[in-house]
Design a protein around this ligand. Structure first.
Ligand code: URA
Ligand code: SF4
Length: 215
């Protein structure tokens, strides 16, 4: 199955999923969105009020801030994949429970396997916990960790940063370092570049080696 078809399939399953108790209170589940060949994925916690209404990730206040952060890092929202560790809104925006995260994790794993991004940015503790279970966010935010041939970059959640000015400066600095980290990920061993569905290009004309003249 192509990466695109896998993403569609996951989104269809998520839209009618009843595997965990979060389905009772959701209005719309939020599978996440972005192109199948995205080089970077942003994984948040779970849908909030507006996401639950619209079925789209990060469309409320956190989303507005995320859009600003992406813009400052030179990234276009439509070129990145944005998702969450749980696809249905926890009632009253409570924290997702470990069993809910584990149950929903299968969808996230299939999305990651299909997209095979170079970089995964985790937003907040719950998302970080899926990839770096023993890390402390205050100690590791903005750093990058190699895992399965890609880089995991934990960051503070935009909602937390909106409420705490000191975290806001941190998250802005961490996002600003993303272009350099993406360059680093490209050079990392184990990453397979071949993800784009582009027309085959004719081979480039090689410049002839120039004869060096001493005079
Ligand atoms: N917060 C999240 O973690 N995810 C969203 O989609 C929106 C807000
Ligand atoms: Fe299914 Fe995930 Fe929604 Fe739970 S949160 S009902 S596992 S899609």
């Amino acid at each position: 199955m192509s990466a695109e078809d896998t993403l569609k399939q996951v989104a269809e399953e998520v839209s009618v999923c009843t595997k965990c108790p979060l389905h009772h209170s959701r209005k719309k589940s939020v599978p996440g969105e972005g192109p199948a060949n995205a080089q970077i994925m942003f994984i948040g916690e779970g849908p909030g009020f507006y996401e639950n209404e619209q079925g789209r990730p990060f469309v409320g206040a956190s989303g507005k801030f995320l859009d600003e952060l992406l813009g400052a890092a030179g990234l276009k929202r439509e070129k990145v994949f944005i998702g969450n560790v749980v696809k249905c809104r926890p009632p009253g925006n409570r924290d997702p429970m470990p069993e809910e995260i584990a149950t929903c994790g299968d969808y996230l794993e299939r999305q990651i396997a299909a997209i095979n991004p170079k970089v995964i940015v985790t937003l907040g503790r719950y998302s970080m916990g899926r990839f770096l279970p023993n890390a402390k966010i205050s100690a590791v935010h903005g750093q990058s960790f190699q895992a399965n041939g890609r880089l995991i970059v934990p960051m503070y959640h935009p909602a937390a940063a909106l409420h705490q000015p000191s975290l806001k400066a941190d998250v802005e600095r961490d996002f600003a370092s993303l272009p350099a980290l993406m360059g680093k990920a490209k050079d990392a061993p184990g990453y397979e570049e071949e993800k784009k569905e582009e027309e085959p290009q004719p081979p480039e004309e090689k410049p002839q080696p120039k004869q060096l003249s001493l005079f």
